[in-house]
Design a protein around this ligand. Structure first.
Ligand code: SAH
Length: 350
């Protein structure tokens, strides 16, 4: 497989292309094209010979859109193909303050959470930094193709994969995102099932992205029933690592909590959850479980409201995540599975 140039920072790119003996502005031109998702043949301000040489040795594009589905609420779900033919998903969401792209960080996932469709086939491989960047670049190209002059302003690492199980590539992606796409760490949220040592490492490496932790249950015992990672990382250690991240970064931590009927939404669950998370500034993000075929069941609006109100009465900062793209298999891993099952090539909108 040819090397992917967009895996590089601009400085690394200059180093990588040193034997071409290019002038500095040429490297800048190439870097810019790469960040616009343009393949070598269309890098029109470069000499043709150079374009040909580059395409013999390298790849410029990390991901291409195979299929896109646009929801009534404006959410766009993408199926991307990678250089080796693997498929991943990304979701573009429109909020009042602009576009947020939900990015996948691995092909599959090895965490095995019972409620999540991404892990059903296990982990196939990590995504490279440039492949993750290409998801954002594709979304921007999609917006451009519809005549929009808006761009992705925020990125959430909440697609398929466990970001902290791919630490080096994910943190490099966060740096590339800032340099190449102008999306700084304030615009990035990283969601993890709670890989404690890497939460601490993220803090020690000086990151200030919004750290989101998938808690989903208030006790280790309950958590073990739905998240195999709970065997290795206990809630107490996750909370201490979250507090450490808060202290180092100054950023409030978000706890994600998927509400499941007869499992984690009792009054006692709310009280335990509140106790766990009250020691330092944090926010609880309640997610109505998206049923993916496991025996876990979601909640109705009334059940969700009762749990929300209980947490509010206990003094928690808490909101329910708005569900977007329900009609287009919005939740993790769902579109890819559907595509594999019944794609007929007909319903592309982009
Ligand atoms: N591996 C990371 C990112 C996963 S996706 C993590 O575990 O946080 C982002 C969020 O969606 C996580 O909180 C994840 O637990 C949640 N999620 C996955 N499947 C879901 C489903 N079927 N319904 C609701 N939330 C789900």
């Amino acid at each position: 497989m040819k090397k992917l140039l967009i895996d590089h920072s601009e400085i690394e790119l200059a180093e990588e292309l040193r034997r071409y003996d290019l002038q500095k502005y040429r490297v800048g031109q190439i870097y810019k094209w790469l960040n616009d998702g343009v393949d070598f043949a269309e890098m029109t301000n470069l000499p043709k010979v150079l374009r040909e040489k580059l395409s013999e040795e390298y790849r410029a594009v990390g991901a291409t859109i195979v299929k896109s589905a646009r929801s009534k609420d404006g959410t766009v779900k993408f199926l991307f193909s990678l250089g080796d033919g693997n498929l991943i998903e990304g979701v573009l969401m429109k909020y009042k303050y602009g576009y947020t792209m939900c990015v996948s960080t691995q092909v599959g996932c090895r965490m095995g959470c019972a409620f999540c469709a991404s892990g059903i086939d296990g982990l196939l491989r990590n995504l490279s930094p440039g492949e993750m960047l290409s998801e954002v670049i594709c979304a921007n190209a999609y917006l451009r193709s519809f005549g929009s002059d808006e761009r992705v302003g925020n990125v959430v690492l909440m697609g398929s994969g466990e970001p902290l199980d791919n630490y080096e590539n994910v943190t490099k992606f966060i740096r590339l995102l800032s340099a190449g796409q102008g999306i700084g760490q304030r615009g990035v949220s990283l969601s993890t099932c709670g890989i404690v040592p890497n939460i601490r490492r993220l803090a020690d490496d000086g990151f200030s992205v919004t750290l989101c932790i998938s808690l989903h249950a208030p006790t280790d015992e309950k958590r073990l029933g739905i998240m195999p990672a709970a065997r290795a990382y206990k809630i107490g250690d996750i909370i201490s690592a979250a507090e450490y991240y808060f202290k180092k970064s100054g950023r409030r931590v978000v706890f994600e909590y998927a509400m499941m009927r007869d499992f984690n939404i009792s009054t006692a669950d709310a009280e335990t959850l509140r106790k766990l998370t009250r020691g330092f500034p944090s926010h609880i993000n309640l997610i109505p479980l998206n049923e993916t075929g496991s025996k876990l069941v979601g909640v109705n609006k009334k059940e969700a409201d009762v749990f929300l109100k209980k947490l509010i009465s206990l003094g928690a900062s808490v909101t329910i995540r708005r569900s977007l793209g329900d009609d287009i298999e919005g939740a993790c891993g769902q579109l890819k599975r559907k595509y594999a099952k019944d794609y007929n090539g007909g319903s592309n909108d982009g």
